[in-house]
Design a protein around this ligand. Structure first.
Ligand code: SF4
Length: 319
């Protein structure tokens, strides 16, 4: 059976009663839908660093670039305890083969961005990062991270899920590369991901093409590190209607001799309707997939762009 994607997650999002008030923040999309494809590695910084349940609530105070973690009512400073624990925990997490992390928004420990930081006078500014989240992101700069709130945005959700599925495929392929050696598996991986990369960044598409083409000049380890960095950087950039339209037109070029004029016109109309926001991406993709099968287009049939994640997640159904 295929291994599931391993994702770190703030424990309270799974419905565990670990919050300061003894409650949870269950997120049904994460448990019931995404949960079918991933294996979660729960992390609750406040409980794991030794603060109990229930406990006094905390907040970030001081300089937003390096704030203190302080209890709200009695002003006990837990910064050092949290930092020491987090620095140990990220080293343990290296063994977990994580392809991503989903953080609980707004938390002074787990929030990934825009967490309130209070000034000396008690005024909040939404400029902080939770103490554990900051240490995690610095330790694993390439691992995709998101917050549960942002995952309710269809485009952010799709981008994150594409990234975690791609990182998982890359890691699996990397194992093959290590076993077999040589450039072959990297060349094959890149060929399959070209259009997915193009849908995010033409600049990265060109840079990665050059990197792979000149791969023999670099030591293998260096080549893979550079490739992985560019891959993760590229997929972090949002795919837009304009970029997808460009990819779809590019794909049409492979059917020059195959499509009848009716089929060509139909495909062009559907792409135009997608570009103008009348129909979701899934419509031109479905029609394109149909022609790829009908005309047995060998290059396009291998493109991950057509199926970057399970259809059941319904990620391309938004206009
Ligand atoms: S937000 Fe983070 S620290 Fe707070 S309960 Fe959830 S997992 Fe624990």
């Amino acid at each position: 059976m295929e291994e599931k994607i391993r994702l770190g997650i703030s424990t309270c999002l799974l419905g565990e009663n670990v919050r300061y008030d003894g409650g949870h923040k269950l997120d049904r999309f994460l448990t019931d839908t995404l949960g079918q494809y991933v294996e979660y590695v729960p992390v609750c910084p406040e409980v794991e660093c030794g603060l109990g349940i229930p406990r006094e609530s905390m907040r970030l105070v001081g300089d937003p670039a390096s704030p203190l973690l302080v209890t709200t009512r009695t002003h006990v400073d837990h910064t050092e305890r949290m930092v020491r624990w987090a620095e140990r925990r990220v080293i343990e997490l290296e063994k977990e083969n994580l392809c991503g992390f989903i953080f609980k928004s707004d938390s002074p420990s787990s929030g990934m961005e825009r967490v309130k930081v209070y000034t000396e006078k008690g005024m909040p500014e939404k400029k902080g990062v939770g103490i554990f989240a900051r240490i995690f992101m610095a330790h694993f700069p390439l691992i995709p991270v998101e917050e549960e709130g942002r995952l309710h945005d269809p485009l952010l959700r799709e981008t994150f899920i594409e990234r975690i599925f791609t990182l998982k495929r890359w890691r699996e392929r990397l194992r093959g590369i290590r076993e077999k050696g040589g450039l072959g598996p990297l060349v094959a991986f890149h060929a399959e991901h070209k259009l997915l990369i193009l849908a995010h960044s033409e600049k990265h598409y060109r840079m990665m093409g050059k990197l792979v083409a000149g791969g023999k000049a670099l030591p293998l380890k260096e080549l893979y590190t550079q490739y992985e960095t560019l891959l993760m950087e590229a997929l972090k950039l949002k795919s837009t209607d304009k970029k997808n339209t460009n990819v779809l037109h590019h794909m049409m070029g492979y059917f020059k001799k195959d499509l009848t004029s009716d089929e060509k016109q139909e495909l062009l109309d559907v792409i135009e309707q997608y570009r103008d926001g009348y129909i979701p991406l899934i419509v031109p993709i479905t029609l394109m997939t149909h022609y790829v099968r009908k005309y047995k287009q060998p290059y396009l049939s291998k493109q991950i762009y057509l199926t970057p994640h399970p259809a059941e997640l319904k990620l391309r159904n938004h206009a």
